[in-house]
Design a protein around this ligand. Structure first.
Ligand SMILES: Nc1ncnc2c1ncn2[C@@H]1O[C@H](COP(=O)(O)OP(=O)(O)OP(=O)(O)O)[C@@H](O)[C@H]1O
Ligand SMILES: [Mg+2]
Length: 499
């Protein structure tokens, strides 16, 4: 049985007179690892932390960018006796996760539509940020409304959702100049959904109306309140009217250019989900794995490396990550206190707009986020939009521990140096005065200086045979001190570390 006590030590620092510990408590406050290409992030501090986490029995989610990450984690799990816990979601593999079904089942308190819209728009926007189209409230609102209404239409008409149906509806929304009269030959998915929705609503309204007493029926007829009463009594009727109004009065009449951008954003996203192998992994079959499995110690690895699967690999991993984060936030520590981790090497690929909020609660849900990335500009580029720098820095503030390896990026080195901060050092100045008689005075004063200067990060060891497999890094922790009363310590990681 593993011990998930927050004070369990994961890394110990010791010298002849001092001892320090980096504990599970520190782990769940989040970790950010920075370092230039080949500085030893993955094989140095990354490897050490991963092995410590696995050995300690953590469950977790691993996102992948490079194709060799699956093998790396297989090796980690083998070294720590966790092979049985590793579940790899990959093309041709054994696991499927049906995200629409899962999210529909999760909807308690808020509607299924809201739940699914939230997931879809987060993923779509995370993709857009990279293209610099973010921060425009018009697109965002228009896109949200389209997603909302298409999902509602689909639910009213068919009582369930499928990516194929959503895609077909979006593809067949009439254009403004198109004849909106439907004949037998021209009926398409959009019209079919409306007809079916109308039929469903009518059935419900009839059912309600026929169960009213004759007296009430007559009263409503006379007062002319029938329509209003219908909307109050049959929520689908009200919703149906909203949806119809949205398409007829707002959406269809948007200018062609505007419409096509919004249509393409949504249908392009759905289209990517409909293609194999993604369709089989996330849409086609019932789930045989889900985020909650991590609470039993499973390690879910999404083997859809971005370098191989590009945009769809990233979309699917952000989608799974966000669903996983939302589920894990709801966990009860009282019932199950297993520490979890969320692991992303080359993490700039997987950021989304809710990460900062999520990070704020990750500590209390006992989730150790480990993000590995080369430098700050990587994050600026992927968090895009205005105020990127401000956003990135405030986001980094939510990750309690930072490890800095060798880096040639000035911005990151300056950030690291500032973060570690200043300290008073003894400044020994000596002055020689020649006045009458020879006098030599030696003055001691204190001078405030950077503890680690930005250029110090350039020279850190980066592993490999030349360095005897040693990777240097500065670890910094915000809050209580790490070692020798300080918030930072220089340490070296062994690339051949085994627990
Ligand atoms: N197991 C290992 N044994 C010895 N050397 C290794 C090992 N793994 C990687 N290296 C070497 O150590 C250095 C650091 O590699 P590593 O992949 O950890 O860097 P990184 O910071 O993750 O780089 P990147 O940004 O490219 O992912 C590289 O020179 C690499 O070739
Ligand atoms: Mg790496």
């Amino acid at each position: 049985m593993s011990d998930f006590n927050l004070d369990t030590s994961l890394i110990e620092f010791s010298s002849s007179s001092n001892k320090g510990h980096w504990t599970i408590r520190h782990a769940v406050e989040g970790v950010q690892i920075f370092g230039g290409i080949g500085s030893g992030k993955s094989s140095g501090s990354g490897r050490t932390l991963a092995l410590k986490y696995l050995k300690a029995g953590f469950g977790g989610l691993v996102l992948t960018v490079k194709p060799d990450e699956k093998e790396t984690w297989q090796e980690y799990c083998q070294l720590t006796g966790r092979e049985k816990d590793l579940c790899i979601i990959e093309p041709g593999g054994n696991y499927h996760f049906n995200f629409l079904q899962y999210e529909a089942a999760q909807a308690s308190g808020q509607s299924i539509t809201e739940n699914i819209v939230e997931v879809l728009k987060t993923v779509i926007r995370a993709g857009e940020e990279k293209n610099g189209k973010s921060d425009d409230p018009f697109w965002e609102t228009a896109l949200d409304m389209l997603i909302f209404n298409v999902i509602d239409l689909c639910l009213i008409a068919y009582g369930q959702l499928s990516i194929q149906t959503l895609y077909d509806i979006v593809q067949s929304i009439p254009k403004p100049d198109q004849d909106n009269k439907v004949s037998h030959d021209t009926i398409n998915a959009y019209h079919r959904a409306f007809q079916k929705a109308q039929q469903k609503v009518n059935e419900k309204v009839d059912d309600w109306y026929l169960h009213l007493s004759k007296e009430i029926q007559e009263q409503m007829d006379e007062a002319g309140t029938l329509e209003m009463e219908v909307e109050n009594a049959v929520p689908e009727a009200r919703l149906y009217n909203f949806v119809r109004q949205f398409f007829n009065e707002n959406y269809i009449s948007l200018s062609e250019k505007t419409r096509s951008i919004i249509d393409f954003t949504f249908s392009g996203f759905l289209f990517r989900l409909l293609r194999e192998p993604i369709y089989s992994l996330f849409c086609r079959y019932d789930s045989n794995i889900q985020p909650e499995d991590c609470l039993q110690g499973k390690i879910i690895l999404l083997n859809l490396p971005v370098k191989v699967y590009q945009k769809v690999g990233r979309d699917c991993q952000i989608l799974f990550k966000y669903i996983w984060q939302r589920s894990m936030e709801k966990r009860s520590i009282r019932d199950n206190d297993r520490t979890l981790f969320l692991w992303a090497d080359e993490a700039q690929n997987f950021l989304h707009e809710h990460d900062a909020d999520y990070q704020a609660t990750a500590r209390s849900s006992r989730i150790s986020t480990v993000y590995i990335s080369q430098n700050l500009p990587n994050y600026y580029a992927s968090m895009g939009g205005q105020k990127a720098e401000y956003r990135v820095k405030s986001f980094l503030g939510t990750l309690g521990t930072k490890i800095f390896h060798a880096n040639a990026d000035i911005e990151t080195n300056k950030y690291a140096s500032e973060l570690i901060g200043d300290a008073y050092v003894v400044d020994e100045t000596s002055s020689v005065t020649i006045a009458g008689e020879f006098s030599h005075s030696r003055g001691k004063s204190l001078k405030l200086e950077r503890v680690v200067r930005p250029e110090d990060f350039i020279r850190l060891r980066t592993g490999g045979t030349a360095n005897d497999f040693r990777v240097d890094g500065y670890m910094h922790r915000q809050g209580d001190s790490l070692f020798k009363g300080m918030n930072h310590t220089k340490m070296s990681f062994n690339q051949n570390y085994t627990p």
